[in-house]
Design a protein around this ligand. Sequence first.
Ligand SMILES: Nc1ncnc2c1ncn2[C@@H]1O[C@H](COP(=O)(O)OP(=O)(O)OP(=O)(O)O)[C@@H](O)[C@H]1O
Ligand SMILES: [Mg+2]
Length: 295
Amino acid sequence: MIHCEGLVKIYKTEEIEVVALQGLNITVAKGEMMAIIGNSGSGKSTLLNILGGLDRPSAGQVQVGEWNLLKITDEELVRYKRETVGFIWQNNARNLVPYLTALENVEMPMMLSGKYDRPYAKQLLEWVGLKERVNNKLQQLSGGEQQRVAIAIALANRPSMLLADEPTGSVDTRTSDMIMDIFRRLNRELGVTIVIVTHDMTLVSKVDRVVAIRDGMTSTEFIKRNPNLDQSEAEAQAAAGKSTIHDVHEEYVVLDRAGRLQIPRTYLQALGIEGKASMEFDGEKIIIRPPKALG
Ligand SMILES: Nc1ncnc2c1ncn2[C@@H]1O[C@H](COP(=O)(O)OP(=O)(O)OP(=O)(O)O)[C@@H](O)[C@H]1O
Ligand SMILES: [Mg+2]
């Protein structure tokens, strides 16, 4: 579904240039539900905005389905945003119209694309647990309920991919669980590919794969250790342990095609490695150490 290789995004302002993505590689399979984590400023939103067609890449390759986002024309981009992708933000104010009802809000994108379908709009609201609130104005709904309307809106045009940037960032744990359950159901039943950016480590036990971004590059990947592990079992494990991704996921370092990998800065600092290191291959392992003192 998604394939990025050597993806670069440079923000140019009058005084400075910020390299937000510096050669990022990532592949997401059709029908996958995965999460992207990383420190503030590591480039998560930048990546999601590029995938969502809200921002243009500077260089590299980005392919989403049949679309090459580096070569796409402005007109095609409008269609892409309308038909291929659904977008959910932490705060969806810019997507919602407060004086319209939940139902009218979901129908809006349908009207814009000429595919008005009231029964489907109702069904979507039922899916996100708002059957009783379809005729309430948005301003009469709580933040968590509005966030669920936003999910229904994102799905209105039957996108094949859902991108969510900190979707549970401003809701309580109960609503956050509910949102993750909705995502899982949409993923299972509609086959929608879902990419979630999050800071919340408790969410990561609920996805198949987690990719960590560091300094604008994908550095580490965590794949669910036992895909057959029952959801409640996984949660119990996470709750019993330190509720980190390590309890349920296997960790991998990501290599690009040229064999480059990114070593966490904390590892390098712990060993006092700077600029270069000594590397040894013993037939089984690759060992990286501080350089041997000269002389
Ligand atoms: N429009 C912009 N103009 C200039 N610089 C930008 C712009 N948007 C993002 N940046 C810079 O790009 C880098 C990556 O930002 P990004 O928003 O992708 O980070 P993030 O991982 O989403 O962080 P957070 O977890 O805080 O949301 C940061 O250094 C940021 O300051
Ligand atoms: Mg962000």
